[in-house]
Structures are given as structure tokens and as C-alpha cells.
Design a protein around this ligand. Structure first.
Ligand SMILES: Cc1cc2nc3c(=O)[nH]c(=O)nc-3n(C[C@H](O)[C@H](O)[C@H](O)COP(=O)(O)OP(=O)(O)OC[C@H]3O[C@@H](n4cnc5c(N)ncnc54)[C@H](O)[C@@H]3O)c2cc1C
Length: 397
């Protein structure tokens, strides 16, 4: 019976839509249920490592993604106090020779749009907005999905791609809250002509300072400028007006380089994100239900890889389901084996490098001196485990 039923994906984020597209391209009927009424309307910039491009090729969207991408000439980490280089990774010819694919930045709305357009173009994908997952019931030959407004759907299998606060995960592994780390983020996109001062607009730049950082890069053909300000605070859940947030921001970044202060002045402070991850776990599936993306392995954004991991998951999962001839429980075990340690390493090393970004005093000086001894090839070697990517179980397409 389950063969005639669709696979349901819970959550139309980047991971969910990529999973739906991957499965639909393999002939499955897929329905995505999404809690919000509108899809993909909120978004800031997103960095994409070379590891995600083989996944885009499998999904048939590489060309469309590249059309919207900006190719930064360098990825830099600068000292927030002195503006001196700590890490410089040029992303030109040598990078391409080594990693075969580029490092790009893109507006999240554009990336989401590319994936949604490709999914919507498939006759076997249906998207149901304003449909909030409440619970699942595993049966021998199918899964029942209950929504918060009392509807029930029958699915061959369910992919929980419902993000950091996943309700699918809650039912599967029990109640556990995400792990806040005492940092919050403000994100802004400003028109490029509002960017004053010499802020080096072409590159991806991370300014690392004592208990704070800023990430900056351009978007949409350099017409927009993306700024993320992240800092440590004792009041991570504080909800305040913009004026209060601005005062806190200026106090926190008081020691930062004047180029950073200039950027902070342009920030829209309406919204604040609490930075959190979760400990890595095993057990991403329960019968015909599996977790994907942030629902399975939410990470700090240190390596800018959360969405890349979700998209890798999507492609690997589609391959595993195809290889298992419809035995979902076994497909999900193979998928977890393929993905668990890689994503756990991203979570654990992200925590470690997070500290490295935010060192102060003599520890920061030691970091800077140690990095000054590293060559471009050394940095390539350090990051190769991420950027070399994955080989999904079966090589097709
Ligand atoms: C400040 C910041 C910067 C980042 N920068 C990068 C970067 O540069 N590169 C990168 O690769 N990653 C980055 N990330 C990480 C990335 O944003 C996430 O890892 C990625 O979006 C996860 O995708 P997802 O599809 O798993 O989950 P989400 O994007 O969270 O999508 C989950 C979807 O599920 C829906 N949903 C939730 N609950 C339900 C329910 N009960 N029923 C139905 N639908 C539901 C939500 O509405 C949402 O649409 C960053 C994260 C942060 C916070």
C-alpha cells in the first residue's frame, strides 16, 4: 500500500525543499507540509561551500543557483581590533583547482526560490502551506500524520525537516531544548550605497573580536550588503526596542575597529536571534519517519555549513531510499550511517572554532601569530574535510 502513498516532508526550508526535489526526481510523489502561510519570504545572505555544488548538480539546479551567486575573491578573518588579516583564503584559480567548485554567497530568498521553482515544476510535488505538523503514528505499511488543525494524512514515509525546534524530533527523541551558548545575532541587508567607509565590500569577511564578531559580504550583483553581528550577552532572551538594542550593540562593540562601528550604524535591529545548537545524537529515524537538516543536527554557524549539510542530507537520503527498494526503515539507517559522523564533526568543531573566533587578550595574540605561520595550502588542508564533500551511496546523474 505504501508504494501508492506520497512521501511527506515536514517543513519547506532549504533542507525540506531540497529533499522533496531529490525524491521527486527519483519518481516519488511528494507532499511538503509547511506551518507558515508564505514560503521563503524571510532571508538574509548565505554562504555556500564547494561541497554543496555536486548536490545542486544532482538536483538539477546548479546553473540557476550560480546565476544568483556572488563569487567573493577571498574569505577573510580579520582581527576586530586592528583590522589585520588573521586568515586569508583566496577563492580563485588555486581554490578551484583544489576543490573543483566555487565558494559563493547568495541571498537566501534567491536560493530558496531556485529550489522551490524546481520543486514546483515537478508534477509529483505538492506544497501545502499553513499546515502544521502535530504528531505521527507509525503503522506497518504507512505513517499517519496529524496536523495541529485536526487534519490527518497518510504517508509512505515522513521526512522531518522542521528545523531547530523540530516537532518531529520532539516526538522521536523526547523533549530536549536547543543548547543556547550565550550569544545572539542581529542580521541586516542594506542597499550598497548606504555602506559608508572602506569596508572591503567584495570579500566574505569575518571580524573576530573578544566575545563578538561580524560577518559581511555583498549580495545580488553587489547591490546589497549583508551584515550579521553576533555577540555574547547575559540577556539572550531579552526583547527590547531598537533603541535599547542599539545602545547594547554600541557598548558591546566599543573596542571594535571603526570600520565595524560604521557597519553597525546601518543595522536594522528589529529582530534578534538566539544562537543555539544541539549535541550530536544517533537515532534519526523511527520506523518510516526520519529527520533531516537542522531537525537532525543543528550547528553553530561557525563554518557557514548548516544549510549545506541539510542539502547534502537531502541528496544522500533520496539515494538511500532509491537503493532500498521502498524499505524505508532500512533506507533511513543507511542514510544515518552516511551522515551522522560528518554532521557531528561539524557541530563539535563549530563549537571549538567558535571559541577561536572570540578569543581575547594574549590568547587572541597567540591565535593571530599561529595563523600568520599558516599558508594558503594549510588552510585548504584544514577545511578539506568539509569542502571535499561527500559521495552519496550511488553515483548517478
Ligand atoms: C545567523 C545564521 C547564519 C547562517 N549562515 C549560514 C551560511 O552562511 N551557510 C549555511 O549553509 N548555513 C547557514 N546557517 C544555517 C542554516 O540557516 C540552517 O542550517 C538551515 O536553514 C537549516 O535548514 P532546514 O531546512 O533544516 O531548517 P529551516 O530552514 O529552519 O526550515 C524549517 C522549516 O520547517 C517549518 N516548520 C517548523 N515547524 C513546523 C511544523 N510543526 N509543521 C510544519 N512546518 C514546520 C518552518 O516554518 C521552516 O520553514 C546560518 C544560520 C544562522 C542562524
Amino acid at each position: 500500500m505504501s508504494e501508492t502513498l506520497p512521501i511527506y516532508v515536514v517543513g519547506a526550508g532549504l533542507g525540506g525543499v531540497a529533499a522533496a526535489l531529490g525524491l521527486a526526481r527519483k519518481g516519488w510523489s511528494v507532499r511538503i507540509i509547511e506551518a507558515t502561510p508564505e514560503l521563503g519570504v524571510i532571508g538574509y545572505g548565505i554562504q555556500l561551500g564547494p561541497n554543496v555544488f555536486p548536490m545542486f548538480r544532482r538536483l538539477g539546479v546548479e546553473e540557476a543557483v550560480l546565476k544568483h551567486a556572488h563569487f567573493p575573491p577571498n574569505i577573510l578573518m580579520l582581527d576586530a581590533l586592528s583590522a589585520k588579516d588573521i586568515v586569508r583564503i583566496p577563492t580563485g584559480e588555486r581554490f578551484l583547482d583544489r576543490f573543483k567548485d566555487p565558494y559563493v554567497v547568495i541571498h537566501r530568498v534567491d536560493l530558496h526560490g531556485v529550489l522551490l521553482d524546481a520543486a514546483r515544476a515537478m508534477p509529483n510535488v505538492e506544497i501545502l502551506p499553513s499546515t502544521e505538523f502535530a504528531s505521527y503514528e507509525n503503522r506497518a505499511d504507512r505513517v499517519l500524520i496529524n496536523t495541529t488543525d485536526g487534519r490527518q494524512f497518510e504517508a509512505a514515509a515522513v521526512i522531518g525537516a522542521d528545523g531547530l525546534g523540530s516537532a518531529v524530533r520532539r516526538q522521536m527523541v523526547g523533549e530536549e531544548t536547543p543548547r543556547p551558548i550565550g550569544y545572539v545575532a542581529h542580521r541586516t541587508i542594506v542597499p550598497m550605497d548606504q555602506v559608508s567607509g572602506d569596508v572591503g565590500v567584495d570579500d566574505v569577511i569575518l571580524w573576530g573580536g573578544p566575545g563578538f564578531h561580524i560577518v559581511q559580504y555583498p549580495l545580488r550583483n553587489r547591490s546589497l550588503f549583508n551584515i550579521v553581528a553576533v555577540f555574547q550577552t547575559e540577556n539572550i532572551y531579552e526583547r527590547a526596542d531598537e533603541e535599547t538594542y542599539r545602545r547594547v550593540l554600541m557598548e558591546t562593540y566599543a573596542s571594535a575597529h571603526p570600520r565595524m562601528i560604521e557597519m553597525l550604524k546601518t543595522m536594522d535591529l528589529k529582530r534578534r536571534w538566539v544562537i543555539a545548537d544541539r549535541d550530536p545524537i544517533r537515532g534519526w529515524s523511527d520506523g518510516r519517519v526520519a529527520l533531516l537538516g537542522d531537525a537532525a543536527h543543528p550547528t553553530l554557524q561557525t563554518f557557514a555549513q548548516g544549510a549545506c549539510m541539510a542539502i547534502e542530507d537531502a541528496v544522500v537520503l533520496a539515494e538511500c531510499i532509491e537503493l532500498s527498494n521502498g524499505d524505508f526503515a532500512s533506507a533511513f539507517k543507511t542514510y544515518e550511517r552516511a551522515r551522522c559522523l560528518r554532521t557531528a564533526r561539524i557541530i563539535l568543531e563549530s563549537r571549538h572554532i567558535w571559541e577561536f573566533y572570540h578569543l581575547r587578550g594574549i590568547a587572541a595574540e597567540v591565535r593571530n601569530e599561529a595563523c600568520a605561520r599558516q599558508s594558503e595550502d594549510d588552510f585548504f588542508r584544514c577545511l578539506a574535510w568539509i569542502w571535499d564533500g561527500v559521495r552519496p551511496p550511488k553515483a548517478v546523474g
